[in-house]
Design a binder for this molecule. Structure first.
Ligand code: 13P
Length: 292
C-alpha cells in the first residue's frame, strides 16, 4: 500500500520533542478492536501521542489485514496515533507490516549473535525507510515472558551499541537494563549507569520495554536518561480480562456483546490514562502538532 504520510520523519520529530521536554511517548499493546479503542479513547482524553502495538502473535491470531485496518483507522481518526509492530523476529513480517500501512516496526534480533542482528535490522531499514516507516531495534535480552518465549535476561553490552546503530541505520533502540516483560515478582532495579553509558555513545531515542510495574521514580529517571518510548502491555491485558470477568459475572444472562466489552474496556482506558501520566505524555499533542 502507498503511504500518504512520512511516519518516519514525524515520529523522529516527536521523539526529539519528547527528549527535549523530558517525557516519553507510550506504546500500548493491543489484541483486538476493543483494546485498540480503549487506547485511542484514552489518548484522545489525555491529548497524548501514543503508539498502538501489535505483536506477531496477534497478527497470527487475527490476521495482518484486520490488524492493520484497525490501526489505520486509529491513525486517520486521531492525530498523534501510530500503529507499531512489536518484537518481530522476522524480516518478512516487518516488510508485510510496512506494506499493510504500519507507521513503525520493531525488528528484534536480540537473541541472535550481533552479526545476524545487524544483518536483519539492515534489511528491515532498507525496506522501511524508502517507504517512510520508522524502525526500532533491540540489544540485550529482556527477562520474563515475551510472546511464546521465556528465557534468561542479558544486559545490553555497551561495546555493541555504537556498531549496531552505525551499521544498521536503525531509528530507535530498545536496551535491556534489568527490565522484564510481565508483572515483576519483585520491584526491578534498573541499571542506570549502563543506560547512561548507552546515552554517551548514541543519541537516537531509547526504548524501555516491560513498562508494567516499573516504579515511578525509576521510570522518571529512565526517561531523563533517554528512554523516550515506554512500552506497556501486561497491565492492559490484565485490566481487560478482569473487566470482562466482572462484566460477565454481573450480567450472567445477558447476550449483549457490545455491553460486555464496552464495560470491560473501562478499566483499560483507566490504566492507559494512568500510564500516559506516568511517562508525562499527557497534554503533549498540541505542541507536537505545531511542530514544523
Ligand atoms: P509489559 O507487558 O511488561 O508491560 O511489557 C510490554 C512490552 O514491553 C511490549 O514490547
Amino acid at each position: 500500500m502507498q503511504h500518504t504520510d512520512n511516519y518516519h520523519d514525524r515520529l523522529s520529530a516527536y521523539y526529539q520533542h519528547a527528549r527535549a521536554n523530558g517525557y516519553a511517548i507510550p506504546a500500548f499493546n493491543f489484541n483486538d478492536m476493543w483494546q485498540l479503542l480503549a487506547i485511542q479513547r484514552a489518548a484522545q482524553q489525555e491529548k497524548a501521542p501514543v503508539l498502538a502495538a501489535a505483536t506477531g502473535s496477534v497478527i497470527k491470531a487475527i490476521g495482518m489485514g484486520i490488524t492493520a485496518a484497525m490501526g489505520r483507522w486509529g491513525m486517520e481518526d486521531q492525530p498523534g496515533f501510530f500503529l507499531h509492530l512489536d518484537h518481530s523476529k522476522k524480516v518478512e513480517e516487518c516488510q508485510a507490516a510496512v506494506d499493510a500501512g504500519f507507521a513503525s516496526v520493531m525488528i528484534d534480533g536480540s537473541a541472535l549473535p550481533l552479526e545476524e542482528n545487524i544483518a536483519m535490522t539492515r534489511a528491515v531499514v532498507a525496506y522501511a525507510h524508502p517507504r517512510g516507516v520508522f524502525v526500532e531495534g533491540e540489544l540485550g535480552r529482556l527477562g520474563g515472558r515475551e510472546e511464546d518465549v521465556s528465557g534468561g535476561a542479558a544486559l545490553v553490552q555497551i561495546e555493541d551499541v555504537q556498531r549496531y546503530v552505525n551499521e544498521t541505520g536503525v531509528d530507535s533502540l530498545a536496551v535491556a537494563i534489568g527490565n522484564a516483560h510481565g508483572f515483576y515478582k519483585a520491584a526491578p532495579v534498573l541499571d542506570f549507569k549502563r543506560l547512561e553509558e548507552v546515552g554517551q555513545v548514541v543519541s537516537i531515542p531509547l526504548v524501555l520495554h516491560g513498562g508494567t510495574g516499573i516504579p515511578e521514580d525509576q521510570l522518571r529517571q529512565a526517561i531523563r536518561l533517554g528512554m523516550n518510548k515506554v512500552n506497556v502491555g501486561t497491565l492492559l491485558h490484565h485490566a481487560y480480562l478482569q473487566g470482562l470477568r466482572t462484566a460477565l459475572n454481573e450480567a450472567p444472562d445477558s447476550y449483549d456483546v457490545k455491553a460486555a466489552f464496552g464495560q470491560a474496556i473501562q478499566p483499560v482506558i483507566a490504566v492507559v490514562c494512568q500510564s500516559i501520566h506516568r511517562v508525562g505524555a499527557n497534554g503533549r499533542l498540541e505542541g507536537l502538532l505545531a511542530l514544523p
